[in-house]
Design a protein around this ligand. Structure first.
Ligand SMILES: Nc1ncnc2c1ncn2[C@@H]1O[C@H](COP(=O)(O)OP(=O)(O)O)[C@@H](O)[C@H]1O
Ligand SMILES: [Mg+2]
Length: 233
């Protein structure tokens, strides 16, 4: 088991009211899984990502990564946990505009003890012919591929994806999801994908449905759809 959460709560205090962004969450995530977290705005999805990725600490409860508590780590130890194990991609691509595609991806290698071969990854994401260009002029889908390559070249155990297709049209979005699926198969990278697009749940091993800071349902899909065959709802 890669992650285990025991009675995890995140409570924001606001004068005399308490907002339970997460309310006594119990959860287990296995290595190599694609996990999709679904839920309406405000349901606690980002808070969940922040706690799993050590960006934020829970108010109560325990968070284990590879059987070790991460909810009590010091800032420096948390930084190392993220640096050694995690990659991130977001709805916005966060590329450095005055660096080439190759240089942007190299930034990911510099953060890693055990990076993958840059050229292999650039090939994997289909950007070999764009390697020496600047982000300016690339399409949204291509920029997201650069962001994925930058995260992947670190050789992370876990890739956190917050609305990875939120800014893309259906066809481009599915291409990006196909890439994530291929990476999951090839490198056994655990993927934790937050989205409000329920179609994406069909490519997950596990779907976590959240509402009001609680897990309402956990679905283990018996059949996993190829990303190419998804249909946007
Ligand atoms: N830094 C914060 N301070 C106070 N309340 C917050 C903070 N971050 C999130 N919340 C509240 O926690 C709840 C869950 O938020 P969030 O995890 O961002 O939901 P989602 O990502 O599903 O939209 C919301 O009610 C939100 O207003
Ligand atoms: Mg959010």
């Amino acid at each position: 088991m890669l992650y285990k959460l025991e009675k995890v709560s995140k409570i924001y205090k606001n004068f005399d009211t308490e907002n339970h962004a997460l309310n006594k969450i119990d959860l287990e995530i296995n290595e190599g899984e694609i996990v999709v977290i679904l839920g309406p705005s405000g349901s606690g999805k980002s808070t969940m990502l922040n706690i799993l990725s050590g960006i934020d600490n829970p108010t109560k409860g325990k968070v284990y990564f590879n059987n070790e508590r991460i909810d009590k780590l010091k800032e420096k130890e948390l930084t190392n946990y993220r640096k050694d194990n995690l990659g991130f991609i977001f709805q916005s691509y966060n590329l450095v505009p005055n660096l080439t595609i190759k240089e942007n991806i190299e930034l990911g290698r510099e953060l890693s003890k055990n990076p993958l071969d840059l050229k292999e990854i650039v090939k994997e994401v289909g950007l070999i012919s764009h390697m020496n260009k600047y982000p300016y002029g690339l399409s949204g889908g291509q920029m997201q591929r650069v962001a994925i390559a930058r995260a992947l070249v670190k050789n992370p155990k876990v890739l956190f994806c917050d609305e990875p297709t939120g800014a893309l049209d259906e066809k481009t979005g599915k291409n990006v999801l196909k890439l994530l699926q291929d990476i999951n198969k090839k490198y056994n990278t655990t993927m934790i994908i937050v989205t409000h697009n329920p179609s994406i749940a069909n490519m997950a091993n596990t779907v976590i449905k959240m509402n009001s800071g609680e897990i309402k349902e956990i679905i283990k899909n018996k059949t996993i759809m190829d990303a190419e065959d998804l249909r946007w709802a």
